[in-house]
Write a protein that binds this ligand. Structure first.
Ligand SMILES: C[S@@+](CC[C@H](N)C(=O)[O-])C[C@H]1O[C@@H](n2cnc3c(N)ncnc32)[C@H](O)[C@@H]1O
Length: 212
């Protein structure tokens, strides 16, 4: 990477991103510990604090690429199904679909892979493309979260847990109220490994209780 930033044709935004990566302790730690991205530490913190994944869980990893969350989940459980728009190098115990979670054809494939079972845990680190127009970006995030929880309705086990990336100020109160009636506990959590300057935050819903 040090060589790449010497390239004079590089855009300023790309140069800043690379410099940030070089300075970031979590990026270095991820490399050292064999994780495919620094995102690993966010799930590790969530798992340490909330124990959302149990030994026999069936896990769905939405927006899985390059794969550090799937790496972690696959070490804890036997069955992980993962999907991403982008390619992902294979991981043992992880069945991967390259495609859009919002595409109904892919939902059908996920259900086939489930083979009559339901998920114990649904993880989503997906973020929609932003266009910079606040209102539209907000609607895209809300739409994605609504789709994930609509999927939970038929595909999450009673007692199951969900972790969804959202953005500070992004989860509308009526959605939160709905979730609070469907889950035992709903909280927002910002892992230490999530960059302070980033607005990302995780919505964690535990103990699915109402399939309505
Ligand atoms: C922050 S990355 C995920 C990092 C991952 N958790 C890890 O640990 O390696 C977000 C991913 O979500 C994917 N994504 C965004 N929208 C998606 C969608 N509608 N369907 C599938 N994947 C999507 C992107 O392609 C991107 O790879």
């Amino acid at each position: 990477m040090k060589e790449i930033i010497k390239n004079k044709k590089l855009k300023q935004s790309s140069r800043s991103w690379i410099l940030r990566q070089l300075k970031d302790p979590y990026t270095a730690k991820a490399k050292k510990e064999g994780y495919r991205s620094r995102a690993a530490f966010k799930l590790l913190e969530i798992q340490k604090k909330f124990k959302i994944i149990q030994k026999n869980s069936i896990v769905l990893d939405l927006g899985a690429s390059p794969g550090s969350w799937s790496q972690i989940a696959s070490k804890l459980v036997q069955k992980v199904i993962a999907i991403d728009l982008l390619e992902m190098d294979p991981i043992q115990n992880v069945e991967f679909i390259q495609g859009d979670f919002l595409d109904l054809e892919n939902i059908k494939i996920i259900k086939q892979m489930l083979d009559g079972n339901l998920f114990d845990v649904i993880l989503s680190d997906m973020a929609p493309n932003t266009c910079g127009i606040k209102k539209i970006d907000h609607l895209r995030i809300m739409n994605l979260i609504e789709e994930i929880f609509a999927f939970c309705k038929d595909n999450l086990k009673i007692g199951g847990n969900v972790v969804v990336k959202t953005f500070q100020g992004g989860t509308e109160s009526n959605l939160l109220q709905k979730l609070k009636s469907r889950f035992e506990k709903v909280i927002h959590f910002k892992p230490n490994s999530s960059r302070k300057e980033s607005k990302e935050i995780y919505l964690i819903a535990m103990g699915f209780k109402l399939r309505e």
